[in-house]
Structure formats: structure tokens, C-alpha cells
Design a protein around this ligand. Structure first.
Ligand SMILES: Nc1ncnc2c1ncn2[C@@H]1O[C@H](COP(=O)(O)OP(=O)(O)O)[C@@H](O)[C@H]1O
Ligand SMILES: [Mg+2]
Length: 257
């Protein structure tokens, strides 16, 4: 993808785990620029690397995911920050999943496209230890006309994979709690039935099992040594390979009566 220059439009969110600015490029494309400061490490970890690697894996598995671009943006204070832009799709209507109309939650199959793939999203999220999809905040719906059903894409994998030091205070990666699945932790509202259907989940389990070490290394290569230390890279690699082996068992344990 051609790399664009981005300009600050509006500072949007300031949180313990990072900053989000709305940015715009010369051609009018909107994006969300995310960056962290070294002082935020405990809450943010290698946020940009978490994002890039997760998005690469999502793409390998066929999930629509926001395009990401590493870049620098200058703030109102004239200081340039290094971070990542998550590109927004252009559409007449766009909203986070949890803000959708009740009708969408009641009958997602008739209001949203590709619901088989959406059902399988929980498999990906469990694999990469993503706890940030439970409300559907990081799932974006969009459409070009009110009569259309919604298309969707994934955003915000900042706390996936290595996440941050804080993430592992709940339990080390080897702790049983990371293998225990629950709809309340992983499932956007309204997808409970779809995401507990074995026939909808199994093909994605098989797809993740079929990824080779080379596939996983290719995703890891999206993060340079500047943004990911070798110990953190090894941590993520182990996490992915380890959970890949246990993924099927996690789901059969969860769904067996
Ligand atoms: N690519 C995108 N398309 C549409 N909205 C986005 C995109 N990236 C971010 N946003 C919006 O900005 C919010 C914050 O971005 P997010 O990446 O989720 O950061 P945070 O780590 O603060 O949750 C999102 O909840 C969403 O509303
Ligand atoms: Mg978010």
C-alpha cells in the first residue's frame, strides 16, 4: 500500500493504555492514529506490534481488518509522535457493533453480511487472547445504503498477543483461565447463538491448525525489531504456537455438555 502523510484533525481519546487522534490524509481519507509513550508501558506494552501482527494473522485467516500504516504525526504542540494509523472505511453509515439497532442483535443473519465468518471470529479471538471484543466495540459495521445489510471489519488488536504487563496479572499465559472460554468474555452482543455452534466454529479451528510456523513467522515479521524486542517476539511466537495446539480442546471443552 502506498504510504500517505497524515495530519491531526482532532485529539480523540487519552487513556492509560494510549492515545487516539483522528487524522486525515491529503486525499481526504480518515484514520485513527494510535500511539503510546514509554511511561505507558505497563498498560500498553508493544501496542503497535500487537496491532500489526494480529492484523496480519486476521488477513491470513480471511477476516476483513482495518488497514494499518506505521507513521509519525505532529501534534498541536509541534511534537511528532510515532505510531500507527488504522484507516477508516468510507461509508454513508458506520458504527461500532454495540451501537447497532436492537434488530441487528435479534437477527444478525438478516442484517449483517458474512455471518458465518463473523461466528468464527471467536476462534481467532481466543487464539490471540483478545478480551476486547466482548462488547463488540472493536467490530465496525458499515453500509452505503440503509436498505443494505451491514458489512464489517475488525479494529483494535492493541491488547492482543503480548498485550501489556498488566494483562498477565490475571494469570500467566500457562494459567488455565486463558484456556477457559466464555461468551461473556469473547462474544459481541447478539452473536451468542452463532458463536456457540460447533459447525460454524470448526472450520476456523481447522484453518488455524493448518497455519505453518512459516505463516506465523511471516505475521511476526510485520513488526520490526524497533517496535518489538526479541524476548517479546519469542513470547508472542510461543503463545501462538502453544495455543494453536490447544485450540480445538479449548472449544470442545467449552461446548461439550
Ligand atoms: N479503522 C477504524 N474505523 C472506524 N473506527 C475506528 C477505526 N479505528 C478506530 N476507530 C474508532 O476509534 C475508537 C478507538 O480506537 P481503538 O483502536 O479501538 O483504540 P482503543 O485502544 O482506545 O480502544 C474505536 O472504538 C472506534 O470507534
Ligand atoms: Mg478499542
Amino acid at each position: 500500500m502506498m504510504s500517505r502523510q497524515w495530519f491531526l484533525k482532532q485529539t480523540y481519546l487519552t487513556k492509560k493504555q494510549g492515545h487516539v487522534w483522528i487524522v486525515v490524509s491529503r486525499d481526504g481519507t480518515l484514520g485513527y492514529f494510535k500511539f503510546v509513550t514509554p511511561e505507558q508501558w505497563y498498560y500498553s506494552g508493544p501496542m503497535v506490534a500487537n496491532e500489526l501482527i494480529s492484523a496480519a494473522l486476521a488477513k491470513q485467516l480471511g477476516f476483513p481488518v482495518a488497514d494499518l500504516q506505521e507513521t509519525s504525526v505532529t501534534g498541536v504542540d509541534g511534537v511528532s509522535r510515532r505510531g500507527i494509523v488504522s484507516l477508516s472505511v468510507r461509508a454513508r453509515e458506520m458504527l461500532p457493533w454495540q451501537e447497532a439497532d436492537a434488530a441487528v442483535f435479534q437477527d444478525p443473519v438478516h442484517h449483517v453480511k458474512d455471518t458465518d465468518l463473523l461466528a468464527a471470529l471467536i476462534v481467532f479471538d481466543v487464539w490471540i487472547t483478545n478480551l476486547d471484543r466482548s462488547l463488540g466495540a472493536n467490530l465496525i459495521l458499515y453500509r452505503h445504503h440503509p436498505a443494505e445489510s451491514y458489512s464489517w471489519y475488525l479494529i483494535d488488536h492493541g491488547n492482543c498477543l503480548y498485550g501489556s504487563p498488566r494483562k498477565w496479572e490475571r494469570g500467566r499465559p500457562s494459567a488455565p483461565l486463558w484456556d477457559r472460554i466464555s461468551t461473556s468474555r469473547y462474544t459481541p452482543k447478539g452473536l451468542e447463538d452463532l458463536q456457540t455452534s460447533w459447525s460454524k466454529l470448526e472450520p476456523m479451528i481447522a484453518k488455524i491448525e493448518a497455519l505453518t510456523e512459516a505463516d506465523i513467522d511471516q505475521a511476526l515479521d510485520c513488526a520490526s525489531d524497533e517496535i518489538l524486542k526479541s524476548t517479546e517476539r519469542a513470547f508472542i511466537r510461543n503463545l501462538l504456537l502453544d495455543r494453536q495446539k490447544r485450540l480445538r480442546r479449548m472449544f470442545t471443552d467449552w461446548l461439550s455438555p
